[in-house]
Design a binder for this molecule. Structure first.
Ligand code: HEM
Length: 143
C-alpha cells in the first residue's frame, strides 16, 4: 500500500478514536469497563461495554497503523528525514497514549491523567497530520 494512503488512513482512524474518546468522557462512560486491556467479557463486544470496547479496539488499530506508517517511511527510498522524525514521534506517542489509557482506568479517571490523555492525543494528531503532509510531498517530488 502506498505510504500516502497508509498515512491518511491512520489520520482518519485516529480522528475517529479521539471523537469516541470525547464521547466517552462527556457521557460519563469512562469506567463502564473497569479492567485493562480487556473488558470483563473478553475480546468480543457486548452491549454493556460497547463504547469502551470500540475505543480500545480503535486504539489498538491506530497503534498498528502508526507503527506501519513509520516502517513505510523508513522503507520508502524517496522519504526524507522529516517524515521519519514525525512518524517515529507518532509511534512513541501512540505507545505512551495506550499505556496511559491503562493508567486512566487504573486510577479511576484521575483528572490530571485524563487531561494528559487528551494532551498527548492532540500531539499525536499533530504528528500524524504532519506525516500525511510529508507523505504527499514525496509524491509531489516524484512527479
Ligand atoms: C492511541 C490511543 C488513544 C487515543 C488517541 C485516545 C484518545 C482519547 C481522547 C481524545 C479522549 C477524550 C479525553 C477528553 O475529552 O478529556 C479519551 C478518553 C478516554 N480514553 Fe482514550 N485514547 C487512546 C487510547 C486509550 C486506551 C488504550 C484506553 C484504555 C484502555 C483509553 C481510555 C480512555 C478513557 C477511560 C477515556 C474517558 C476518560 C473520561 O471518562 O473522562 N484510551 N481518549
Amino acid at each position: 500500500m502506498a505510504i500516502q494512503y497508509l498515512a491518511l488512513t491512520t489520520l482518519i482512524v485516529l480522528y475517529s478514536l479521539m471523537f469516541i474518546g470525547g464521547y466517552i468522557s462527556a457521557a460519563g462512560l469512562g469506567l463502564t469497563c473497569p479492567e485493562w486491556p480487556l473488558c470483563p467479557n473478553g475480546v468480543f463486544p457486548s452491549e454493556e461495554y460497547l463504547v469502551e470496547w470500540v475505543h480500545r479496539t480503535t486504539a489498538a488499530t491506530t497503534g498498528v497503523l502508526v507503527i506501519a506508517t513509520m516502517i513505510a517511511s523508513f522503507i520508502n527510498k524517496n522519504a526524507d528525514l522529516k517524515i521519519k522524525i514525525t512518524s517515529s514521534l507518532a509511534t512513541v506517542l501512540v505507545i505512551t497514549q495506550i499505556t496511559l489509557g491503562a493508567l486512566v482506568i487504573d486510577t479511576k479517571l484521575h483528572a490530571v491523567l485524563v487531561a494528559i490523555h487528551l494532551g498527548i492525543g492532540i500531539w499525536l494528531f499533530a504528528m500524524v497530520c504532519l506525516t500525511v503532509l510529508f507523505a504527499f510531498r514525496i509524491k509531489d517530488r516524484k512527479s
